[in-house]
Design a protein around this ligand. Structure first.
Ligand SMILES: Nc1nc2c(c(=O)[nH]1)N[C@H]1C(S)=C(S)[C@@H](COP(=O)(O)OP(=O)(O)OC[C@H]3O[C@@H](n4cnc5c(N)ncnc54)[C@H](O)[C@@H]3O)O[C@H]1N2
Ligand code: MOO
Length: 397
């Protein structure tokens, strides 16, 4: 195993095989968006609970309408939150507001814009359309319906649905606690002045945001300097996390100590390299209970590989199926044949034409180009040259 270069697909499969969903725990509605549901949501209530008006207007019986304008007497009002207790009388109308219960005996609501009102009478010119502007009871859902299956990422809309169905809290998977460790003597933190040969540790901040976006809880572990002792101290201090993501120190340089320390501490490597561009020196393994994902130091390599490996890993730990949603779009430009590594080309989809254009700057250190891109074009190993107008797979960003 280990230092043989494997495909992205095989890497994803090995990560999937090594991880299990974290345990379930209760959570309040306010904490629910972005969590993954562990138990399905079953409606306690029916929505709407009663037949209700969809418009502000007048509740009538459709048989009171015909070919000529009709004049009806006002019998009362059904306001939202109150309703009207009596049954509608023939030749009458009941003033009604949007969301108010339909009075007994009424089967249609006429919008107030189609009505002329004089005192306690209305004149209306509309055709009989039973159920027009009426929302039937339970048209959204009924008590007992399974509204949300387990394993879904809770969007704010889904939480609103659960709240409307009578839930006050939900059962979700625990958020994965994800350590983020930067490595390298060349790094200083934002706010510090870089020395003559130093740069700012930028990647950790991007990964922090991505971990949050994908439902994890980032734990920043700082910068390990280029010494085995410091790398070891940082890793020892981070025991007990669900996953540690390391940045840099993964390649073949004289100061890349991470993998050696990981091995010395008893880490089990699952794979050590991927046939991918950017991101070749990405690696994955396990040290006791903690999974390790090593991302390369080049910022674009790191943040692209986070999409391809960290996102699926967090999905599994959070209790969701591992999936990446590739789409198919038309190329806006010719592409050269691809080489031995699967290539994820930074690109922009033109919203006017719907076509995707590779960006000029494909350097794996160029964060500005990554930020300008809104998609990665996926080029398979040895893919032949492609012409503008042909379709290609993309991963939207
Ligand atoms: N002889 C070879 N050299 C390299 C190979 C190779 O196969 N043979 N692979 C190259 C590839 S591909 C990549 S990608 C890089 C990645 O190497 P590392 O993961 O070991 O990363 P470092 O050497 O530590 O750093 C690379 C680069 O990234 C900058 N960096 C590191 N950490 C951060 C951070 N937190 N924020 C911003 N920038 C960071 C670092 O200063 C370097 O410039 O290796 C190639 N070399
Ligand atoms: O694979 Mo490296 O990430 O090309 O720069």
């Amino acid at each position: 195993m280990t230092d043989i270069m494997i495909s992205v697909e095989a890497a994803r499969a090995r990560i999937a095989a090594a991880l299990l969903p974290l345990e379930a725990e209760p959570c309040t509605l306010i904490d629910a968006p972005g969590r993954t549901l562990a138990d399905p949501v079953i409606a306690v209530l029916t929505q709407p609970p009663f037949a209700a008006s969809a418009m502000d207007g007048y509740a009538i019986h459709s048989s009171d309408l015909g070919d000529t304008p009709k004049r009806l007497a006002l019998q009362g009002e059904s306001a939202a939150g109150h309703g009207f207790d009596l049954a509608l009388k023939p030749g009458h109308a009941i003033r009604i507001s949007t969301g108010a219960p339909m009075p007994q005996g009424a089967d249609q609501v006429v919008m107030q814009e189609r009505v002329v009102r004089d005192g306690n009478h209305i004149t209306l010119d509309d055709t009989p359309r039973p159920n027009s502007n009426v929302r039937g009871a339970g048209i959204d859902f009924s008590a007992g319906d399974i509204l949300l299956p387990s394993g879904i990422l809770l969007s704010p809309d889904a939480v609103a649905l659960a709240a409307g169905a009578g839930m006050t809290g939900l059962t979700v998977h625990r958020r994965p606690r994800v350590g983020i460790l930067s490595t390298g003597d060349e790094l200083v933190e934002p706010g510090q002045t870089p020395g003559p040969h130093q740069i700012i540790n930028s990647i950790a901040w991007g990964l922090d945001g991505l971990v949050r976006q994908w439902g994890g809880e980032p734990v920043y572990l700082g910068i390990a300097r280029d010494s085995k002792a410091d790398v070891r101290a940082k890793l020892e201090a981070a025991r007990g996390l669900d996953l540690i993501v390391t940045i840099g120190g993964a390649s073949v340089g004289d100061h890349d100590h991470l993998r050696q320390v990981f091995n010395a501490m008893g880490g089990q490597l699952e794979f050590g390299k991927i046939a991918v561009k950017p991101g070749k020196p990405s690696w994955f393994g396990r040290l006791d209970e903690t999974a390790f994902l090593g991302l390369p130091g080049n910022p674009v390599s790191s943040l692209v590989m986070a999409r391809l490996l960290l996102q699926p890993a967090l999905a599994i730990l959070s209790g969701r199926p591992e999936s990446l949603e590739f789409a198919t779009v038309m190329l806006g430009e010719d592409l050269a044949a691809n080489g031995m590594r699967e290539n994820f080309v930074r690109a922009r989809i033109d919203c006017q034409t719907g076509r995707v254009h590779p960006l000029g700057n494909q350097d794996s250190s160029a964060l500005s180009a990554l930020v300008h891109s809104n998609a990665l074009i996926r080029r398979e190993v040895e893919a032949p040259a492609a012409r503008a107008g042909e379709t290609t797979q993309i991963l939207p960003l």
